[in-house]
Write a protein that binds this ligand. Structure first.
Ligand SMILES: [Zn+2]
Length: 583
């Protein structure tokens, strides 16, 4: 149907047809999203580091807005990236943990919207947790991904920034230069283990994490240089943001994922708008990575649907804006209480969990002074020492409940049970849970163990992993046995213990440990797989096959799970024919 708009455009279209050029009026502007895994704001020069490790990001920042109060939605890679690409908080997109939860196909992603508007779309990611089977590939013409696992045990399924940049540049070079595009490039260098090349380690004064940040910046440089030679570069929107930070020992957390303190939730966010609008501005607006979605769409000149995010283009974020965050990592993998929360007016930050906390992040950015007096009336001691009613807390809880009650993305029945475990242990993520577990709502009360009070379990499990990597499996088993004795709902410790007992050829003991979890209704795909292996080891193929089938049911359509089951069937048939041959 010829709309009024196309009628008005007709003379332009005809003129363009005659001169052979494409009509540019309606073409979206290109957009580049650069995500920095595990990057603290203060690791970058532009946020205060004095070592000069990030000259390339500095230069970009000089063309755009630097946001000083930006937060991730979760200290979890896939949850944060799913929020950037959908504009939805995790309870709504449903991707709460790495390695077994995928973005439903009902999501309308940034890439899908860009592609529908005529953009070429390309993504190049650097970590196994973002592989295309987890659904973030929706809308991308090309999705360059990382290997699932590294070659060595305990290693990370990732690739270095120079490799990712090279792929992205090759894609840029190969496309039709006239076409607008949406490009997402993900860098994983600063993620543990820190293995910075010597030259960057030296520049970072021997600090391994900062050395990785410097290496990442150096890898980003050639990509930014390549973008700058695009004829339309001045019209580009470039967004640089981290998915979460790294705690580095703050609050007793070495890495990220367990807690919801700003040590891991605060992220760098740099937005370079078309025409370098608002260049060199430093914004103190309270923003979230969920804002990436509407910001990118508006900057590209596309329509902006309702989402949990706000567009940052105009700089009109209200002072009373609040942002949501969560971590269900401990709940899903360790049997701990979930954490969720809200940062609202005045920077008051409420962390809901088994032991609720309240901080004034303006006065106490390190979150060392919990304002909440733990009483049923929710009174808390404010920074000035006075006792106040807990209006902040109830407002935060109400805001969290609104998010929980907002419509979530629908899943097909296949997506409902989809689980994948590949590469999880090597990633440093437990990933032994199932998406079919009903999750508590963010503001719901929790009587489960508090993460902060049970850190010893976390470190016992990771030291067991390190011991097994060094070949000291017996020591690792002893450590894990202590953890499961203390916390019978620790699914990750049970899973690892069962696996190691199999390794030392103790299938009966492995079966006892793993079956206990199923009796506790903590059925997990990894448990089923290991139970199948244990029974197979004992020649009990009928039982092995039952568990292999249960494992496959957790992972519908996963070729590895199907192959696993077929191998068990094959062994069963071989054994049968051997027995018959023997008769
Ligand atoms: Zn991450």
């Amino acid at each position: 149907m010829a709309t009024l708009q196309t009628m008005r455009l007709l003379p332009v279209l005809i003129a363009c047809y005659l001169c052979g050029c494409a009509p540019k009026q309606d073409a979206p502007k290109s957009c580049v999203l650069i995500t920095l895994d595990t990057t603290n704001p203060d690791a970058l020069d532009v946020y205060g580091d004095k070592r000069g490790l990030t000259p390339n990001l500095n230069r970009l920042a000089s063309e755009g807005i630097v946001f000083e109060d930006a937060r991730a939605v979760a200290p979890i890679t896939i949850a944060s990236h799913a929020s950037m690409l959908t504009g939805l908080y995790p309870p709504r997109h449903g991707v709460r943990d790495n390695g077994y939860m995928s973005l439903p196909s009902s999501a309308e992603t940034l890439a899908e919207r860009a592609k529908d508007a005529g953009c070429r779309t390309g993504a190049f990611v650097a970590a196994g947790v973002l592989r295309e089977l987890y659904g973030l590939n929706q809308g991308f013409d090309v999705y360059g991904e990382s290997p699932a696992v590294s070659a060595h045990r305990g290693g990370v399924g990732d690739r270095i920034g120079t490799e990712v940049s090279a792929e992205a540049i090759e894609w840029l070079n190969g496309r039709d230069g006239e076409e607008p595009f949406f490009l997402w490039v993900h860098y994983f260098d600063p993620h543990a283990p820190y293995e910075a090349p010597a030259e960057f380690l030296k520049r970072a004064e021997g600090k391994p994490y900062l050395g990785e940040v410097a290496a990442m910046d150096a890898a980003i440089g050639p990509l930014l240089d390549r973008l700058r030679v695009e004829p339309d570069y001045e019209d580009f929107c470039v967004i640089v943001v981290a998915d979460h930070g790294e705690s580095g020992g703050k609050h007793g957390e070495a890495s990220h994922g367990l807690f919801c303190y700003d040590a891991t939730l605060k992220v760098p966010l740099i937005v370079r708008l078309p025409g370098r609008a608002r260049a060199r501005e430093r914004s103190t607006e309270r923003v979230s990575i969920v804002d990436v979605f509407p910001t990118a769409l508006e900057a590209m000149g596309l329509s902006v649907p309702e989402s949990d995010g706000l567009s940052l283009v105009a700089g009109d974020i209200a002072a009373n804006r609040g942002v949501y965050f969560e971590s269900y990592y401990g709940y899903l993998n360790y049997g701990w209480g979930h954490l969720a929360g809200w940062v609202g007016p005045g920077g008051k930050k409420y962390i809901h969990g088994p032991t609720p906390e309240l901080y004034d992040t303006g006065l106490d950015p390190e979150e060392t002074s919990d304002l909440l007096v733990r009483n049923p009336f929710g009174k808390y001691k404010d920074s000035d020492g006075s006792l106040r009613e807990g209006g902040v807390v109830s407002a935060a809880r109400e805001a969290m409940m609104r998010i929980a009650q907002a419509p979530a993305l629908e899943r097909t029945s296949t997506e409902e049970g989809a689980v994948s475990q590949e590469g999880m242990r090597g990633m440093g993520y437990a990933g032994s849970a199932s998406v079919s577990v009903a999750l508590p709502e963010p503001a719901s009360p929790s009587t489960l163990p508090a993460p902060a009070e049970n850190l010893d379990e976390h470190y016992a499990v990771w030291s067991a992993l390190a011991q097994s990597d060094r070949g000291k499996v017996d020591l690792a088993i002893a450590g894990l046995q202590q953890v499961v004795a203390k916390n019978p709902r620790h699914s990750f410790a049970h899973s690892l213990l069962g696996e190691m007992l199999l390794e030392v050829k103790k299938p009966r003991k492995a079966i006892a440990v793993l079956s206990a979890m199923i009796e506790l209704e903590l059925d997990r795909p990894g448990l089923r797989r290991n139970l199948a292996l244990a029974h197979a080891m004992l020649g009990e193929y009928k039982l092995a096959l039952e568990h292999a089938r249960a494992f496959e049911e957790f992972c519908p359509g996963d070729p590895q799970a199907a192959e696993f089951r077929r191998n068990i069937e094959k062994r069963q048939a071989e054994l049968k024919s051997q027995r018959q041959g023997g008769n």
